[in-house]
Ligand binder design. Structure first.
Ligand code: PLP
Length: 279
Protein backbone atom coordinates (compact mmCIF):
# COMPACT_ATOMS: atom_id res chain seq x y z
CA UNK A 1 0.00 0.00 0.00
CA UNK A 2 1.21 3.49 -0.86
CA UNK A 3 0.61 6.22 1.71
CA UNK A 4 0.93 10.00 1.33
CA UNK A 5 2.82 11.38 4.32
CA UNK A 6 4.09 14.86 4.95
CA UNK A 7 3.22 18.09 6.66
CA UNK A 8 0.53 20.66 5.92
CA UNK A 9 2.41 21.91 2.85
CA UNK A 10 4.57 19.19 1.41
CA UNK A 11 4.70 15.44 1.32
CA UNK A 12 5.12 12.43 -0.89
CA UNK A 13 3.84 8.98 -1.65
CA UNK A 14 5.83 6.26 0.07
CA UNK A 15 5.30 2.58 0.71
CA UNK A 16 3.58 1.59 3.95
CA UNK A 17 6.92 0.48 5.49
CA UNK A 18 8.56 3.82 4.77
CA UNK A 19 5.72 6.07 5.93
CA UNK A 20 7.06 7.70 9.08
CA UNK A 21 6.03 10.47 11.43
CA UNK A 22 7.80 11.63 14.60
CA UNK A 23 7.18 9.74 17.86
CA UNK A 24 6.76 13.24 19.33
CA UNK A 25 3.92 14.11 16.96
CA UNK A 26 1.10 15.62 19.05
CA UNK A 27 -1.31 13.27 17.30
CA UNK A 28 0.61 10.37 18.83
CA UNK A 29 1.42 11.81 22.28
CA UNK A 30 -1.94 13.41 23.13
CA UNK A 31 -4.31 12.46 20.26
CA UNK A 32 -4.27 16.08 19.08
CA UNK A 33 -5.59 15.67 15.59
CA UNK A 34 -8.59 15.45 13.30
CA UNK A 35 -9.55 13.07 10.54
CA UNK A 36 -11.97 12.15 7.80
CA UNK A 37 -13.02 8.75 6.50
CA UNK A 38 -14.36 8.69 2.94
CA UNK A 39 -16.05 5.88 1.09
CA UNK A 40 -14.13 4.75 -2.00
CA UNK A 41 -16.26 3.31 -4.76
CA UNK A 42 -15.07 2.52 -8.28
CA UNK A 43 -11.70 4.02 -7.35
CA UNK A 44 -13.27 7.42 -6.50
CA UNK A 45 -13.65 9.10 -3.11
CA UNK A 46 -17.31 9.92 -2.42
CA UNK A 47 -18.44 13.38 -1.30
CA UNK A 48 -14.92 14.75 -1.00
CA UNK A 49 -15.99 18.41 -0.93
CA UNK A 50 -18.23 17.83 2.08
CA UNK A 51 -15.50 15.89 3.87
CA UNK A 52 -12.95 18.64 3.22
CA UNK A 53 -15.37 21.28 4.49
CA UNK A 54 -15.82 19.28 7.69
CA UNK A 55 -12.05 18.80 8.02
CA UNK A 56 -11.60 22.59 7.84
CA UNK A 57 -14.35 23.08 10.43
CA UNK A 58 -12.72 20.52 12.74
CA UNK A 59 -9.35 22.27 12.32
CA UNK A 60 -10.89 25.61 13.30
CA UNK A 61 -12.58 24.04 16.34
CA UNK A 62 -9.24 22.54 17.42
CA UNK A 63 -7.25 25.73 16.79
CA UNK A 64 -5.17 23.93 14.16
CA UNK A 65 -3.77 25.86 11.20
CA UNK A 66 -6.25 25.54 8.32
CA UNK A 67 -5.47 22.51 6.16
CA UNK A 68 -4.45 23.31 2.58
CA UNK A 69 -7.33 21.69 0.72
CA UNK A 70 -5.51 21.80 -2.64
CA UNK A 71 -2.63 19.82 -1.16
CA UNK A 72 -5.10 17.32 0.29
CA UNK A 73 -7.07 16.93 -2.96
CA UNK A 74 -3.83 16.28 -4.84
CA UNK A 75 -2.69 13.79 -2.19
CA UNK A 76 -6.04 11.96 -2.35
CA UNK A 77 -5.73 11.70 -6.14
CA UNK A 78 -2.20 10.32 -5.88
CA UNK A 79 -3.15 7.78 -3.21
CA UNK A 80 -6.18 6.53 -5.15
CA UNK A 81 -4.16 6.23 -8.34
CA UNK A 82 -1.19 4.47 -6.72
CA UNK A 83 -3.43 1.96 -4.92
CA UNK A 84 -5.71 1.10 -7.86
CA UNK A 85 -5.03 -2.66 -7.61
CA UNK A 86 -6.16 -2.65 -3.95
CA UNK A 87 -9.36 -0.82 -4.74
CA UNK A 88 -11.08 -3.15 -7.19
CA UNK A 89 -13.90 -3.43 -4.63
CA UNK A 90 -15.12 -0.97 -1.99
CA UNK A 91 -12.53 0.92 0.01
CA UNK A 92 -12.08 3.59 2.64
CA UNK A 93 -9.81 6.58 2.46
CA UNK A 94 -8.52 8.26 5.55
CA UNK A 95 -7.19 11.81 5.89
CA UNK A 96 -5.42 12.46 9.19
CA UNK A 97 -4.24 15.95 10.20
CA UNK A 98 -2.48 16.34 13.54
CA UNK A 99 -0.77 18.97 15.69
CA UNK A 100 2.63 17.85 14.38
CA UNK A 101 6.00 17.71 16.17
CA UNK A 102 5.32 19.37 19.54
CA UNK A 103 6.36 19.59 23.21
CA UNK A 104 5.57 16.60 25.46
CA UNK A 105 2.61 18.19 27.26
CA UNK A 106 -0.72 19.51 26.03
CA UNK A 107 0.84 22.74 24.66
CA UNK A 108 1.00 22.49 20.93
CA UNK A 109 3.84 24.93 20.35
CA UNK A 110 4.36 26.27 16.84
CA UNK A 111 4.45 22.96 15.03
CA UNK A 112 3.42 22.57 11.39
CA UNK A 113 0.58 20.02 11.24
CA UNK A 114 1.26 16.51 9.99
CA UNK A 115 -0.85 15.23 7.10
CA UNK A 116 -1.34 11.57 6.18
CA UNK A 117 -3.62 10.16 3.46
CA UNK A 118 -4.10 6.40 3.30
CA UNK A 119 -6.56 3.89 1.86
CA UNK A 120 -7.55 0.32 2.52
CA UNK A 121 -10.08 -2.10 1.07
CA UNK A 122 -13.36 -2.15 3.01
CA UNK A 123 -15.26 -5.42 3.34
CA UNK A 124 -18.87 -4.75 2.32
CA UNK A 125 -21.26 -4.54 5.27
CA UNK A 126 -24.09 -7.09 5.44
CA UNK A 127 -27.50 -5.68 4.43
CA UNK A 128 -28.61 -5.36 8.05
CA UNK A 129 -26.83 -4.78 11.33
CA UNK A 130 -27.11 -4.99 15.11
CA UNK A 131 -26.42 -2.41 17.83
CA UNK A 132 -26.34 -2.19 21.61
CA UNK A 133 -26.64 0.75 23.94
CA UNK A 134 -23.71 1.32 26.30
CA UNK A 135 -23.57 2.99 29.73
CA UNK A 136 -21.05 5.68 28.74
CA UNK A 137 -22.22 9.07 27.46
CA UNK A 138 -21.30 11.68 24.86
CA UNK A 139 -20.66 15.01 26.53
CA UNK A 140 -22.60 17.46 24.39
CA UNK A 141 -20.83 20.32 26.24
CA UNK A 142 -17.32 18.99 25.59
CA UNK A 143 -14.81 21.20 23.76
CA UNK A 144 -14.66 18.48 21.13
CA UNK A 145 -18.41 17.82 20.80
CA UNK A 146 -19.23 17.53 17.10
CA UNK A 147 -15.54 17.66 16.12
CA UNK A 148 -14.06 14.75 14.21
CA UNK A 149 -11.03 14.47 16.46
CA UNK A 150 -8.61 11.55 16.55
CA UNK A 151 -9.23 11.36 20.33
CA UNK A 152 -11.40 8.28 19.86
CA UNK A 153 -10.42 6.16 22.88
CA UNK A 154 -13.98 6.38 24.27
CA UNK A 155 -15.27 5.06 20.96
CA UNK A 156 -12.72 2.24 20.98
CA UNK A 157 -13.95 1.11 24.42
CA UNK A 158 -17.63 1.39 23.50
CA UNK A 159 -17.12 -0.53 20.26
CA UNK A 160 -15.23 -3.27 22.09
CA UNK A 161 -18.24 -3.62 24.39
CA UNK A 162 -20.57 -3.83 21.40
CA UNK A 163 -18.47 -6.60 19.87
CA UNK A 164 -18.40 -8.47 23.21
CA UNK A 165 -22.21 -8.34 23.12
CA UNK A 166 -22.32 -9.61 19.55
CA UNK A 167 -23.27 -6.29 17.96
CA UNK A 168 -21.58 -4.23 15.24
CA UNK A 169 -22.04 -0.81 16.84
CA UNK A 170 -22.54 0.86 20.21
CA UNK A 171 -25.08 3.66 20.59
CA UNK A 172 -24.55 6.38 23.19
CA UNK A 173 -26.84 8.81 24.95
CA UNK A 174 -25.60 12.30 25.87
CA UNK A 175 -25.30 13.59 29.46
CA UNK A 176 -29.04 14.42 29.45
CA UNK A 177 -29.98 10.84 28.56
CA UNK A 178 -30.96 11.80 25.02
CA UNK A 179 -30.26 9.63 22.00
CA UNK A 180 -26.99 10.89 20.47
CA UNK A 181 -25.01 8.69 18.05
CA UNK A 182 -22.90 5.57 17.60
CA UNK A 183 -19.13 5.31 17.89
CA UNK A 184 -18.80 5.91 14.16
CA UNK A 185 -22.37 6.37 13.00
CA UNK A 186 -25.42 8.63 13.25
CA UNK A 187 -28.71 7.13 14.29
CA UNK A 188 -32.27 7.38 12.94
CA UNK A 189 -35.59 6.01 14.19
CA UNK A 190 -38.86 5.54 12.33
CA UNK A 191 -42.13 5.91 14.23
CA UNK A 192 -45.57 5.79 12.58
CA UNK A 193 -44.00 6.24 9.14
CA UNK A 194 -41.93 9.31 10.09
CA UNK A 195 -38.14 9.40 10.22
CA UNK A 196 -36.39 11.18 13.11
CA UNK A 197 -32.75 11.83 14.01
CA UNK A 198 -31.21 13.70 16.95
CA UNK A 199 -30.25 17.35 16.30
CA UNK A 200 -26.59 18.44 16.40
CA UNK A 201 -27.28 19.96 19.85
CA UNK A 202 -27.35 16.35 21.11
CA UNK A 203 -23.55 16.42 20.67
CA UNK A 204 -23.51 14.09 17.67
CA UNK A 205 -21.18 14.55 14.72
CA UNK A 206 -22.59 16.27 11.66
CA UNK A 207 -22.13 13.11 9.59
CA UNK A 208 -21.71 13.62 5.86
CA UNK A 209 -24.11 10.72 5.29
CA UNK A 210 -26.54 12.20 7.84
CA UNK A 211 -26.43 15.54 5.99
CA UNK A 212 -27.17 13.84 2.67
CA UNK A 213 -30.04 11.86 4.23
CA UNK A 214 -31.50 15.11 5.61
CA UNK A 215 -31.26 16.69 2.14
CA UNK A 216 -32.53 13.74 0.12
CA UNK A 217 -35.34 12.46 2.36
CA UNK A 218 -38.07 13.77 4.62
CA UNK A 219 -36.39 13.52 8.03
CA UNK A 220 -37.13 15.52 11.18
CA UNK A 221 -34.38 16.48 13.62
CA UNK A 222 -35.81 15.93 17.07
CA UNK A 223 -34.53 15.48 20.60
CA UNK A 224 -35.36 11.90 21.60
CA UNK A 225 -34.88 9.82 24.71
CA UNK A 226 -32.41 6.94 24.37
CA UNK A 227 -35.27 4.55 25.16
CA UNK A 228 -36.93 5.45 21.83
CA UNK A 229 -34.58 2.94 20.20
CA UNK A 230 -36.24 -0.17 21.54
CA UNK A 231 -39.78 1.12 20.98
CA UNK A 232 -39.31 2.39 17.40
CA UNK A 233 -40.89 0.71 14.38
CA UNK A 234 -37.54 0.79 12.58
CA UNK A 235 -34.00 1.93 13.35
CA UNK A 236 -31.08 2.57 11.04
CA UNK A 237 -27.59 3.96 11.38
CA UNK A 238 -25.53 5.88 8.83
CA UNK A 239 -21.89 6.48 8.03
CA UNK A 240 -19.60 6.93 5.08
CA UNK A 241 -18.78 3.23 4.84
CA UNK A 242 -22.26 1.92 5.78
CA UNK A 243 -24.50 4.46 3.96
CA UNK A 244 -28.07 3.78 5.25
CA UNK A 245 -27.74 0.64 7.37
CA UNK A 246 -30.96 -0.94 8.69
CA UNK A 247 -30.78 -2.27 12.25
CA UNK A 248 -32.50 -5.55 13.18
CA UNK A 249 -31.45 -5.72 16.83
CA UNK A 250 -31.11 -3.10 19.58
CA UNK A 251 -30.08 -4.71 22.88
CA UNK A 252 -32.74 -7.40 23.53
CA UNK A 253 -35.23 -6.06 20.96
CA UNK A 254 -35.05 -8.04 17.75
CA UNK A 255 -37.00 -7.17 14.59
CA UNK A 256 -38.21 -10.23 12.65
CA UNK A 257 -37.61 -8.49 9.31
CA UNK A 258 -35.90 -5.40 7.95
CA UNK A 259 -38.17 -2.37 8.08
CA UNK A 260 -39.73 -1.33 4.74
CA UNK A 261 -38.88 2.38 5.04
CA UNK A 262 -35.24 1.89 5.94
CA UNK A 263 -34.90 -0.73 3.19
CA UNK A 264 -36.28 1.70 0.61
CA UNK A 265 -34.09 4.52 1.92
CA UNK A 266 -31.03 2.27 1.69
CA UNK A 267 -31.80 1.49 -1.96
CA UNK A 268 -32.58 5.09 -2.88
CA UNK A 269 -29.47 6.37 -1.13
CA UNK A 270 -27.32 3.86 -3.05
CA UNK A 271 -28.88 4.90 -6.37
CA UNK A 272 -28.33 8.62 -5.77
CA UNK A 273 -24.82 8.14 -4.43
CA UNK A 274 -23.89 6.05 -7.47
CA UNK A 275 -25.14 8.81 -9.76
CA UNK A 276 -23.15 11.64 -8.19
CA UNK A 277 -19.62 11.20 -6.85
CA UNK A 278 -19.37 14.58 -5.07
CA UNK A 279 -22.92 15.58 -4.08
C1 PLP B 1 -18.75 9.73 16.04
C2 PLP B 1 -19.24 9.63 14.63
N1 PLP B 1 -20.52 9.89 14.37
C3 PLP B 1 -21.01 9.80 13.12
C4 PLP B 1 -20.20 9.40 12.05
C5 PLP B 1 -20.77 9.31 10.66
O1 PLP B 1 -20.24 10.34 9.86
P1 PLP B 1 -20.08 10.19 8.29
O2 PLP B 1 -21.43 9.97 7.72
O3 PLP B 1 -19.48 11.50 7.88
O4 PLP B 1 -19.16 9.04 8.02
C6 PLP B 1 -18.85 9.13 12.30
C7 PLP B 1 -17.99 8.72 11.18
O5 PLP B 1 -17.00 8.06 11.36
C8 PLP B 1 -18.35 9.26 13.61
O6 PLP B 1 -17.07 9.00 13.88
Amino acid sequence: MMIWVGDRNLGSLVSQDEALISVLDHGFTVADGIFETLKVDGGCAFAISRHLRRLSASARAMGLVDPDLDVIRAAVGEVLFANRPLLAGPGRLRITYTGGFAPLGSDRGAAVPTLVVAVSPQAPWPDTTTVVTVPWVRNERSATAGVKTTSYAENVIALLRAHELGASEAILANTRGELCEGTGTNVFVIIDGKVFTPPLTSGCLAGVTRDLILEWFDVTEQTLDLSVLTGADEVFISSSTRDVHPVVRVDDRVWAATGPISTTMRQQFATRAAAEVDP
